[in-house]
Design a protein around this ligand. Structure first.
Ligand SMILES: *[C@@H]1O[C@H](CO)[C@@H](O)[C@H](O)[C@H]1NC(C)=O
Ligand SMILES: *[C@@H]1O[C@H](CO)[C@@H](O)[C@H](O)[C@H]1NC(C)=O
Length: 308
Protein backbone atom coordinates (compact mmCIF):
# COMPACT_ATOMS: atom_id res chain seq x y z
CA UNK A 1 0.00 0.00 0.00
CA UNK A 2 2.73 2.35 1.05
CA UNK A 3 4.92 1.50 -1.95
CA UNK A 4 1.96 1.89 -4.23
CA UNK A 5 1.34 5.34 -2.86
CA UNK A 6 5.00 6.16 -3.32
CA UNK A 7 4.92 4.84 -6.84
CA UNK A 8 1.90 6.88 -7.79
CA UNK A 9 3.38 9.95 -6.14
CA UNK A 10 6.51 9.35 -8.14
CA UNK A 11 4.70 9.04 -11.45
CA UNK A 12 2.67 12.12 -10.60
CA UNK A 13 5.90 13.99 -10.05
CA UNK A 14 7.27 12.71 -13.35
CA UNK A 15 4.10 13.73 -15.09
CA UNK A 16 4.16 17.24 -13.71
CA UNK A 17 7.83 17.59 -14.54
CA UNK A 18 6.98 16.55 -18.09
CA UNK A 19 4.12 19.04 -18.26
CA UNK A 20 6.37 21.79 -16.95
CA UNK A 21 8.92 21.02 -19.64
CA UNK A 22 6.33 21.16 -22.38
CA UNK A 23 4.65 24.32 -21.15
CA UNK A 24 7.57 26.15 -19.58
CA UNK A 25 10.33 26.02 -22.16
CA UNK A 26 8.89 27.35 -25.37
CA UNK A 27 11.27 26.45 -28.17
CA UNK A 28 12.14 29.52 -30.25
CA UNK A 29 10.36 29.79 -33.56
CA UNK A 30 13.07 29.19 -36.13
CA UNK A 31 11.04 29.77 -39.27
CA UNK A 32 8.34 32.05 -40.60
CA UNK A 33 5.93 31.92 -43.52
CA UNK A 34 5.82 34.22 -46.51
CA UNK A 35 3.79 34.20 -49.66
CA UNK A 36 5.88 33.36 -52.70
CA UNK A 37 5.52 36.46 -54.91
CA UNK A 38 5.83 34.36 -58.05
CA UNK A 39 3.65 31.32 -57.39
CA UNK A 40 1.39 32.88 -54.75
CA UNK A 41 2.02 29.77 -52.66
CA UNK A 42 3.28 29.70 -49.07
CA UNK A 43 7.01 29.47 -48.31
CA UNK A 44 8.62 28.53 -45.01
CA UNK A 45 11.78 30.62 -44.46
CA UNK A 46 14.48 30.44 -41.78
CA UNK A 47 14.53 33.24 -39.27
CA UNK A 48 17.73 35.12 -38.52
CA UNK A 49 19.54 34.24 -35.29
CA UNK A 50 20.00 36.74 -32.40
CA UNK A 51 22.71 39.27 -33.21
CA UNK A 52 21.60 39.48 -36.85
CA UNK A 53 18.74 40.87 -38.91
CA UNK A 54 17.21 39.82 -42.21
CA UNK A 55 18.83 41.22 -45.35
CA UNK A 56 16.53 39.30 -47.68
CA UNK A 57 13.70 36.89 -47.21
CA UNK A 58 14.01 33.40 -48.64
CA UNK A 59 12.60 32.57 -52.05
CA UNK A 60 11.76 29.27 -53.67
CA UNK A 61 15.40 28.97 -54.68
CA UNK A 62 17.33 30.90 -52.00
CA UNK A 63 17.62 30.70 -48.24
CA UNK A 64 16.98 33.71 -45.98
CA UNK A 65 19.96 36.05 -45.91
CA UNK A 66 20.96 37.47 -42.55
CA UNK A 67 23.53 40.11 -41.58
CA UNK A 68 25.18 41.03 -38.28
CA UNK A 69 23.73 43.96 -36.37
CA UNK A 70 25.87 47.08 -36.83
CA UNK A 71 27.43 48.61 -33.69
CA UNK A 72 24.90 50.38 -31.49
CA UNK A 73 22.11 47.94 -32.38
CA UNK A 74 21.05 44.44 -31.39
CA UNK A 75 18.51 41.63 -31.76
CA UNK A 76 17.90 39.23 -28.86
CA UNK A 77 15.47 36.85 -30.61
CA UNK A 78 15.26 34.75 -33.72
CA UNK A 79 13.76 37.30 -36.08
CA UNK A 80 12.92 38.43 -39.58
CA UNK A 81 13.12 42.16 -39.05
CA UNK A 82 14.87 44.34 -41.59
CA UNK A 83 16.81 46.41 -39.07
CA UNK A 84 18.30 45.74 -35.65
CA UNK A 85 16.93 47.55 -32.63
CA UNK A 86 18.74 50.57 -31.28
CA UNK A 87 20.67 49.92 -28.04
CA UNK A 88 19.02 51.31 -24.92
CA UNK A 89 20.28 54.19 -22.81
CA UNK A 90 20.54 53.88 -19.05
CA UNK A 91 18.11 56.04 -17.12
CA UNK A 92 18.41 58.62 -14.38
CA UNK A 93 20.78 57.50 -11.58
CA UNK A 94 21.66 54.34 -13.49
CA UNK A 95 24.96 53.02 -14.83
CA UNK A 96 25.66 50.36 -17.46
CA UNK A 97 26.20 46.94 -15.90
CA UNK A 98 26.96 45.29 -19.25
CA UNK A 99 27.42 47.04 -22.59
CA UNK A 100 25.18 46.49 -25.57
CA UNK A 101 26.32 43.67 -27.87
CA UNK A 102 24.86 42.50 -31.17
CA UNK A 103 22.70 39.90 -29.42
CA UNK A 104 21.96 41.63 -26.12
CA UNK A 105 20.77 45.08 -25.17
CA UNK A 106 22.82 46.90 -22.54
CA UNK A 107 21.93 46.04 -18.94
CA UNK A 108 21.58 48.92 -16.50
CA UNK A 109 21.69 49.02 -12.72
CA UNK A 110 21.33 51.74 -10.13
CA UNK A 111 24.50 53.72 -9.52
CA UNK A 112 26.42 53.65 -6.25
CA UNK A 113 24.29 54.73 -3.29
CA UNK A 114 20.99 53.96 -5.07
CA UNK A 115 18.71 50.95 -5.34
CA UNK A 116 15.85 49.85 -7.51
CA UNK A 117 12.39 50.54 -6.16
CA UNK A 118 9.24 50.48 -8.28
CA UNK A 119 11.51 50.58 -11.35
CA UNK A 120 13.23 53.76 -10.27
CA UNK A 121 16.60 54.29 -8.68
CA UNK A 122 16.18 55.85 -5.26
CA UNK A 123 18.80 56.67 -2.65
CA UNK A 124 19.69 54.05 -0.06
CA UNK A 125 17.99 54.71 3.27
CA UNK A 126 20.23 56.00 6.03
CA UNK A 127 20.23 54.48 9.48
CA UNK A 128 19.15 56.99 12.13
CA UNK A 129 21.33 57.69 15.14
CA UNK A 130 21.22 54.75 17.54
CA UNK A 131 21.39 52.33 14.60
CA UNK A 132 23.87 50.98 12.09
CA UNK A 133 23.60 49.10 8.80
CA UNK A 134 23.02 45.37 9.26
CA UNK A 135 23.40 45.01 5.50
CA UNK A 136 24.54 47.84 3.27
CA UNK A 137 22.40 48.78 0.30
CA UNK A 138 23.08 47.21 -3.11
CA UNK A 139 21.83 48.21 -6.57
CA UNK A 140 18.76 46.05 -5.88
CA UNK A 141 18.32 46.16 -2.10
CA UNK A 142 17.90 49.02 0.32
CA UNK A 143 19.98 49.39 3.48
CA UNK A 144 18.78 47.28 6.41
CA UNK A 145 19.44 48.88 9.79
CA UNK A 146 19.76 47.42 13.27
CA UNK A 147 19.93 48.96 16.74
CA UNK A 148 23.49 49.53 17.96
CA UNK A 149 24.82 46.42 19.71
CA UNK A 150 25.21 46.61 23.50
CA UNK A 151 28.08 48.86 24.53
CA UNK A 152 28.10 50.93 21.35
CA UNK A 153 26.43 54.06 19.99
CA UNK A 154 25.84 56.07 16.85
CA UNK A 155 25.21 59.82 16.90
CA UNK A 156 24.93 60.26 13.14
CA UNK A 157 22.47 59.46 10.39
CA UNK A 158 24.34 57.33 7.88
CA UNK A 159 23.86 54.54 5.35
CA UNK A 160 27.38 53.21 5.91
CA UNK A 161 28.76 54.12 9.32
CA UNK A 162 28.84 51.52 12.09
CA UNK A 163 28.17 52.12 15.76
CA UNK A 164 31.22 53.01 17.87
CA UNK A 165 32.12 51.38 21.18
CA UNK A 166 31.45 53.55 24.22
CA UNK A 167 34.59 55.06 25.62
CA UNK A 168 35.74 53.34 28.75
CA UNK A 169 35.98 55.28 31.97
CA UNK A 170 38.03 52.47 33.50
CA UNK A 171 41.40 54.13 33.06
CA UNK A 172 43.10 55.04 36.35
CA UNK A 173 41.72 58.28 37.75
CA UNK A 174 38.63 58.29 35.51
CA UNK A 175 35.06 58.04 36.75
CA UNK A 176 31.86 57.31 34.91
CA UNK A 177 29.51 60.30 35.00
CA UNK A 178 26.92 59.02 32.55
CA UNK A 179 26.74 55.59 31.02
CA UNK A 180 26.59 55.57 27.21
CA UNK A 181 23.36 54.73 25.40
CA UNK A 182 22.69 53.74 21.80
CA UNK A 183 22.72 57.41 20.73
CA UNK A 184 25.45 58.95 22.93
CA UNK A 185 28.85 58.06 24.25
CA UNK A 186 29.74 57.52 27.89
CA UNK A 187 30.75 60.63 29.81
CA UNK A 188 33.79 60.36 32.06
CA UNK A 189 35.51 62.68 34.48
CA UNK A 190 38.36 62.78 36.94
CA UNK A 191 37.95 63.91 40.54
CA UNK A 192 40.27 66.81 39.78
CA UNK A 193 38.14 67.99 36.86
CA UNK A 194 35.00 67.52 38.90
CA UNK A 195 36.03 70.28 41.30
CA UNK A 196 35.58 72.95 38.64
CA UNK A 197 32.65 71.49 36.73
CA UNK A 198 28.91 71.34 37.14
CA UNK A 199 26.43 68.71 35.99
CA UNK A 200 25.44 71.09 33.19
CA UNK A 201 28.99 70.94 31.84
CA UNK A 202 28.76 67.18 31.54
CA UNK A 203 25.29 67.25 30.02
CA UNK A 204 26.76 69.55 27.38
CA UNK A 205 28.76 66.69 25.95
CA UNK A 206 25.68 64.78 24.80
CA UNK A 207 23.47 67.66 23.64
CA UNK A 208 24.52 67.71 19.97
CA UNK A 209 23.80 63.96 19.85
CA UNK A 210 20.54 64.56 21.71
CA UNK A 211 19.21 66.83 18.97
CA UNK A 212 20.28 64.39 16.26
CA UNK A 213 18.47 61.55 18.00
CA UNK A 214 15.32 63.31 19.18
CA UNK A 215 14.02 64.47 15.84
CA UNK A 216 11.87 67.57 15.93
CA UNK A 217 9.96 69.40 13.27
CA UNK A 218 11.69 72.33 11.62
CA UNK A 219 9.13 74.61 13.23
CA UNK A 220 9.84 73.37 16.74
CA UNK A 221 13.59 73.41 16.25
CA UNK A 222 13.34 77.04 15.13
CA UNK A 223 11.38 77.85 18.29
CA UNK A 224 14.06 76.14 20.38
CA UNK A 225 16.84 78.11 18.67
CA UNK A 226 14.84 81.30 19.10
CA UNK A 227 14.55 80.71 22.86
CA UNK A 228 18.20 79.86 23.50
CA UNK A 229 19.53 82.43 25.97
CA UNK A 230 22.63 84.32 24.90
CA UNK A 231 25.38 85.80 27.06
CA UNK A 232 23.95 89.30 26.95
CA UNK A 233 20.53 87.97 27.88
CA UNK A 234 19.09 88.67 24.44
CA UNK A 235 17.21 86.09 22.40
CA UNK A 236 18.82 84.53 19.32
CA UNK A 237 18.60 86.34 16.01
CA UNK A 238 15.86 85.17 13.66
CA UNK A 239 15.88 81.44 12.99
CA UNK A 240 12.91 81.50 10.63
CA UNK A 241 14.82 80.99 7.37
CA UNK A 242 17.18 78.29 8.61
CA UNK A 243 17.12 74.68 7.41
CA UNK A 244 17.72 71.61 9.51
CA UNK A 245 21.50 71.49 9.25
CA UNK A 246 21.79 75.20 9.91
CA UNK A 247 19.57 74.89 12.98
CA UNK A 248 21.69 72.04 14.31
CA UNK A 249 24.81 74.09 13.64
CA UNK A 250 23.26 77.02 15.56
CA UNK A 251 22.46 74.79 18.51
CA UNK A 252 25.95 73.28 18.52
CA UNK A 253 27.58 76.70 18.43
CA UNK A 254 25.39 77.80 21.28
CA UNK A 255 26.15 74.66 23.28
CA UNK A 256 29.90 75.11 22.83
CA UNK A 257 29.88 78.52 24.50
CA UNK A 258 26.93 78.11 26.89
CA UNK A 259 27.49 78.20 30.63
CA UNK A 260 26.48 75.25 32.79
CA UNK A 261 23.52 77.27 34.03
CA UNK A 262 22.31 78.00 30.52
CA UNK A 263 22.61 74.32 29.67
CA UNK A 264 20.45 73.52 32.70
CA UNK A 265 17.68 75.66 31.21
CA UNK A 266 17.40 73.50 28.09
CA UNK A 267 14.77 71.05 29.40
CA UNK A 268 12.58 74.01 30.31
CA UNK A 269 13.08 75.61 26.89
CA UNK A 270 12.10 72.35 25.23
CA UNK A 271 8.99 72.11 27.38
CA UNK A 272 8.02 75.65 26.40
CA UNK A 273 8.04 74.69 22.73
CA UNK A 274 5.79 71.71 23.52
CA UNK A 275 8.53 69.09 23.18
CA UNK A 276 7.55 67.52 26.48
CA UNK A 277 8.92 64.04 25.81
CA UNK A 278 12.32 65.37 24.79
CA UNK A 279 12.28 67.74 27.74
CA UNK A 280 11.65 64.89 30.19
CA UNK A 281 14.38 62.74 28.66
CA UNK A 282 16.96 65.50 28.87
CA UNK A 283 15.92 66.30 32.42
CA UNK A 284 16.33 62.68 33.42
CA UNK A 285 19.84 62.58 31.90
CA UNK A 286 20.72 65.66 33.93
CA UNK A 287 19.31 64.14 37.13
CA UNK A 288 21.31 61.00 36.54
CA UNK A 289 24.48 63.03 36.04
CA UNK A 290 23.82 65.10 39.19
CA UNK A 291 23.10 62.07 41.34
CA UNK A 292 26.20 60.25 40.03
CA UNK A 293 28.39 63.30 40.60
CA UNK A 294 27.32 63.52 44.24
CA UNK A 295 28.67 60.06 44.95
CA UNK A 296 31.65 59.99 42.64
CA UNK A 297 34.47 61.55 44.52
CA UNK A 298 33.05 61.82 48.01
CA UNK A 299 35.71 61.69 50.68
CA UNK A 300 37.20 58.22 50.87
CA UNK A 301 34.71 56.90 48.34
CA UNK A 302 36.71 55.85 45.32
CA UNK A 303 34.28 53.18 44.19
CA UNK A 304 32.64 53.71 40.82
CA UNK A 305 28.92 54.19 41.04
CA UNK A 306 26.75 52.00 38.94
CA UNK A 307 24.72 53.87 36.43
CA UNK A 308 21.14 52.76 35.93
C1 LIG B 1 30.93 47.87 9.74
O1 LIG B 1 31.01 46.58 10.29
C2 LIG B 1 30.99 45.56 9.33
C3 LIG B 1 30.89 44.22 10.08
O2 LIG B 1 31.76 44.19 11.16
C4 LIG B 1 32.25 45.65 8.47
O3 LIG B 1 32.26 44.64 7.51
C5 LIG B 1 32.25 47.01 7.77
O4 LIG B 1 33.43 47.18 7.03
C6 LIG B 1 32.11 48.13 8.79
N1 LIG B 1 31.91 49.39 8.08
C7 LIG B 1 32.68 50.46 8.27
C8 LIG B 1 32.33 51.68 7.48
O5 LIG B 1 33.60 50.47 9.06
C1 LIG C 1 20.92 74.45 4.28
O1 LIG C 1 21.24 75.78 3.82
C2 LIG C 1 22.61 75.97 3.48
C3 LIG C 1 22.85 77.43 3.19
O2 LIG C 1 21.73 78.01 2.63
C4 LIG C 1 22.96 75.05 2.31
O3 LIG C 1 24.31 75.21 1.95
C5 LIG C 1 22.69 73.61 2.71
O4 LIG C 1 22.93 72.76 1.60
C6 LIG C 1 21.26 73.44 3.22
N1 LIG C 1 21.14 72.09 3.76
C7 LIG C 1 20.10 71.31 3.53
C8 LIG C 1 20.12 69.99 4.16
O5 LIG C 1 19.17 71.68 2.82
Amino acid sequence: MFTMMLASLFSLALLSAHVALVIGVAAPLLTFRVTDPITGGSLECDRCPPGTFMRASCTATQKTRCATCPPGSFTELWNYIGKCLRCGVCGHNEVEKTVCTADRNCQCQCKQGYHNKYDMCVRHSECPSGQQPLTKGTPDEDTVCQICPDGSYSDTTSALQNCTLHRSCNAPGLKLVLKGSIWHDSVCTSCEELKSRDGGDYLKEIIPAFFVHHKMTLRRLRQVVHKLPSEDGKKQAGASGLNLSELHARINTWVASASANQIRQLPEILAKTGANGASERLKSKLQRIDSNLKQLCALGNEVDVLSF
